[in-house]
Design a protein around this ligand. Structure first.
Ligand code: PMT
Length: 392
């Protein structure tokens, strides 16, 4: 089960690095999302362009001077699995000893998920007690190993230390990923509803669905059975059940069909809609003095009122006053509220980043720094996991 999984491939500096290009192609063909770290020494054996062409994005190479403030933690949070192939003796040593002096080692140190290592080195190095000790430590960490095999080595030598073939690494990775844990059913609403005035015009808002889609994708990766009810055509993980809607009423109807253990209401739902939708395009000559509005259903309220109430997370798009969000959390009776100030640069509508404050049921607040919406999604799901474990 590699399709749709997020694989971080770390290519370290040995001649076997060329085989990692073949491995990358296998993974991409199998539907995995692959990001590649190339260490400095790997550059002596393979070029970044090869991996960029295979994955569609440039490999990650630097701990400093990259666009990201913290590339190692971002990659570590993104990855569902790290594959180190080829893993040189030096890279085994770095991992076993907890070094963090380059992007590769810092990312592995910042990572808490499964790691698969494909060692490659000369027989003497593989059999050296230092390598044996490092491997024993890595095994203790729970890291999995594939290979090394016996056969032709660099420089015409023969012996144990040849990296496992790409197909073997692919198979070991499939076994390692296995099936995802079943975390239950999770609903996400996303995007801004569009309330039609006529077949052409609508009342809407500036929500793009980025926040909600980031949550749905992260939740699917973690093992939730996700239904995403959205007005947006942004990317959704293939594992997500996607329901596309346009209006608040359609969103409510779709949500009513979903059984859920957790509901995350990230959509910006129009509170009002035009009382009448003209069947034909209104022309300027007909004139339109006013648009009569009627209230839309409160979808979040309908979820909270269910007999089998799920854990409910609301969002609040406010302008500068966290106290209003605290009051909203109480009024809406949610288990957690995510407040974002939509006037703050880099936050709220349409941005790739968000600065949120988590408002807890007891009214306490946890302000978070500005970060990517993917990271907000990860932090939110961590909090939901903690709340659910308190419940059980
Ligand atoms: O989509 P992006 O461009 O990434 O932008 C993200 C976002 C700013 C839209 C998102 O982070 C956000 O704040 N979403 C909620 C926006 C909002 O409409 O908040 P609200 O205060 O109006 O509503 C409070 C809660 O009730 C929300 O969870 C909302 O989904 C829900 N609601 C509101 C009205 C309604 N009729 N039904 C609802 O379910």
């Amino acid at each position: 089960m590699i399709s749709g999984r997020r694989v971080l491939l770390a290519v370290t500096g040995g001649v076997a690095a060329y085989k990692s290009a073949l491995l990358t192609r296998l993974l991409v063909e199998d539907g995995a999302e692959v990001r590649v770290i190339l260490t400095e020494s790997a550059h002596h054996f393979v070029g970044p362009q090869t991996f960029a062409a295979l994955t569609g994005s440039a490999p990650y190479t630097k701990l400093f001077d990259s666009d990201s403030v913290s590339p190692h933690t971002e990659l570590a949070r993104w990855a569902e699995v790290i594959v180190v192939a080829p893993a040189t003796a030096a890279s085994l040593s770095k991992m076993a000893n907890g070094l963090s002096n380059d992007l590769f080692s810092a990312t592995v140190l910042a990572y808490t998920g499964p790691v698969l290592i494909a060692p490659a080195m000369h027989t003497e190095m593989w059999e050296h007690p230092a390598t044996a000790r490092n491997m024993a430590i890595l095994e203790e960490f729970g890291y999995e190993t594939v290979g090394p095999e016996s056969g032709a080595l660099a420089g015409g030598d023969e012996g144990v230390g040849r990296v496992a073939e790409p197909e073997q690494i692919h198979e070991a990775l499939s076994d390692l990923l296995g099936t995802r844990p079943d975390l239950g059913r999770l609903l996400v609403t996303a995007g801004g509803t569009r309330e039609p005035i006529d077949p052409v015009r609508y009342l809407g808002n500036r929500s793009t669905g980025k926040m909600g889609h980031a949550i749905a994708n992260e939740a699917a990766q973690r093992g939730y059975d996700v239904t995403l009810v959205t007005t947006s055509n942004l990317h959704a993980d293939p594992a997500v059940n996607l329901v596309e809607v346009e209006t608040a009423e359609q969103m409510l109807n779709a949500v009513e069909q979903v059984d859920m253990d957790v509901a995350i209401m990230a959509a910006a739902v129009a509170d009002f809609r035009p009382a009448k939708k003209s069947a034909h395009k209104l022309s300027r000559s007909e004139g339109l003095d006013s648009v009569e509005l009627v209230p839309n259903p409160d979808i979040l309220e309908s979820v909270v009122a269910r007999d089998k109430r799920p854990l409910v997370v609301g969002f609040a798009a406010e302008t500068g006053d966290v106290e209003r969000a605290v009051q909203k959390a109480k009024r809406k009776d949610v288990d957690l509220l995510v407040y974002n100030d939509v006037t703050e640069p880099g936050s709220g509508f349409g941005t790739d980043t968000n600065r949120v404050t988590f408002v807890n049921r007891d009214g306490s607040v946890d302000p978070m720094p500005l970060t990517s919406k993917d990271e907000v999604a990860a932090q939110l799901l961590d909090r939901i996991a903690a709340l659910r474990s308190l419940d059980s």
